[in-house]
Design a protein around this ligand. Structure first.
Ligand SMILES: [Zn+2]
Length: 508
């Protein structure tokens, strides 16, 4: 029986034509090989699983291949050097894992060994994996070699974190950035592998694997590798989901709905269903993060900053939970506790992170209005008569939980009149601040439609005060021309490494 070989190793790119998705790097490297202008040092940076090490091995193989055609960079994969390189036994290819202790020792010896001539081919190639993990002395030793490299040596530093590589080292390297693979590229590669392996995988299941791998070809092929031996027949979407421990996104969506609506008991029951269906908790948290992020982008696109701030608070909590779940031995209770807390906070309107000042509705408790129950922590935000003057409008722009639910109950036309409103609960009065005179006027005309929902939220005694922000009403250009220009949107896009894909104009 031959030793089991993982699909990733089996299908590792053996030619530049096989190297998926890194066209720019691939073209540049091939050009250098064909014109014999290979540099002495390269830095391949990029996220994990994007093909850095595969490209490095390919480069090593190509420059030592004796069967290569004159005007092609492709290794022949048949000569002695190529065969040894593929098998991992080539003496002229030295791979150093900088993350291991041995790696440090190897760098230390490097200065002596580097001058020895290659065993077989014209070049001795050093691939330093996880190069950012090198210690300072190791970097110094490497730098000395890079300053006067022997003609027969090529260094390829691979890293997921180029910022940790000293500039002195980067300055000696030709740098290539390896981009994450697109879902299409991953699906196309997986389809090829599945065909070669004679396994049937539904296109939806392929797409799910590609999405789960988040741009890492290695992860995607690894997931397929887990599925193939477990599958008894064709791999379906549901089969892939349960084998990979991925929850049905519809269940996750409803779980998120319950959390945001403040329904803790329903949320926990839904979580139990998801868990019982075999979903892995890390994937559950990730799935909820994705759902939350989609809603956040939608809220930002319609300039609903109140909802957006609330969602970003929930997203923050989920991000934190994602980190914790990896470390915990019993993550289930952690997930339950966090979701329950978020739901309770959504219901009572307390701040998610307990840092941002929150305006808690302080309406008189009305038995007929279950949502009007004041939060236990209400005194925190209830200003005493001798309280200092309230902060400026901008600082007060904290979420008022419940307002977005009121908006959701209105019909489209009525809602449009209120989208511009910044709510503020001031005693038994709901103050609605408007930036535009047009909305300010329109909203008051629709007051009869709004009031029942406000009463349900804040109690029967509530009054609504419609106010226009004078200084800002004078400059209608205050709203950013496009959502991308909004500083809050920019921050979200930066933090989640995303982009605004769709802008929906809801008002006007
Ligand atoms: Zn060859």
């Amino acid at each position: 029986m031959p030793e089991y070989q993982s699909l990733y190793r089996k299908y590792r790119s053996q030619t530049f034509g096989d190297l998926v998705g890194q066209d720019a790097a691939s073209r540049a490297l091939q050009g250098a090989i064909v014109s014999s202008r290979v540099a002495h040092a390269y830095l391949f940076s990029g996220s994990r699983g994007t093909g850095k090490t595969s490209a490095a091995r390919l480069l090593a193989k190509a420059i030592n291949c004796t069967g290569r055609l004159r005007d092609s960079a492709e290794p022949c994969n048949r000569c002695q050097s190529c065969l040894e390189m593929t098998a991992g036994s080539a003496l002229d290819l030295i791979e150093i894992d900088a993350a291991s202790n041995r790696g440090i020792d190897e760098i230390r010896d490097l200065r002596e060994k580097v001058n020895l001539a290659p065993a077989l081919g014209p070049f001795k190639v050093y691939i330093i994996d996880e190069a950012h993990m090198l210690t300072e002395p190791a970097f110094n030793a490497l730098l000395k070699t890079l300053e006067e490299p022997p003609a027969h040596v090529v260094f390829i530093l691979c890293t997921t974190d180029a910022q940790k590589i000293p500039l002195t080292v980067i300055g000696r390297c030709q740098q290539f950035v390896f981009r994450r693979h697109s879902e299409e590229q991953i699906v196309s590669r997986l389809t090829h592998i599945a065909r070669e392996e004679k396994v049937q995988v539904d296109p939806e299941a392929m797409a799910l694997i590609a999405r789960t791998a988040q741009g890492s070809m290695r992860d995607a092929v690894g997931l397929l590798d887990q599925l193939v031996p477990l599958a008894t027949g064709p791999i379906s979407l549901d089969g892939a989901r349960s084998l990979l421990g991925i929850a049905d996104p519809r269940l996750l969506d409803s779980l998120l709905d319950h959390v945001l609506a403040g329904q803790a008991a329903e949320a926990l029951a839904e979580l139990n269903r998801v868990y019982a269906a075999g979903a892995e908790l890390r994937q559950v948290v990730r799935g909820m993060m994705e759902g939350c992020r989609d809603r956040l982008v939608a809220a930002l696109s319609r300039h609903d900053n109140v909802t957006a701030r609330r969602l970003s608070g929930v997203l923050d909590a989920l991000l934190h939970l994602d980190g914790e779940v990896r470390r915990h031995a019993e993550p289930r209770f952690l997930v339950e506790a966090t979701l329950a807390r978020l739901a309770v906070e959504a219901e009572t309107g307390t701040a998610i992170d307990q840092v941002a000042p929150t305006l808690t509705p302080r309406a008189t408790p009305a038995p007929s209005a279950p949502r009007a129950t004041p939060a236990p922590s209400a005194p925190r935000s209830a200003p005493a008569p001798s309280a200092p003057p309230p902060p400026s409008r901008e600082e007060q722009a904290a979420p008022v939980a419940g307002w977005s639910e009121v908006l959701e109950k209105l019909n489209r036309t009525v809602r449009a009149a209120y989208l511009d409103a910044q709510p503020e609960v001031d005693g038994a009065t709901l103050v609605l601040w408007f930036r535009y005179g047009f909305h300010h006027k329109k909203a008051q005309e629709q007051s009869a439609q709004l009031m029942p929902h406000v009463r349900e939220w804040l109690g029967d005694g509530v009054k609504v005060d419609y106010r226009l922000r004078e200084n800002e009403s004078a400059k209608p250009a205050a709203r950013p021309a496009s959502p991308e220009d909004d500083p809050f949107v920019r921050e979200i896009v930066r933090r989640f490494d995303g982009r605004v894909t769709r802008v929906k104009e809801v008002s006007e």
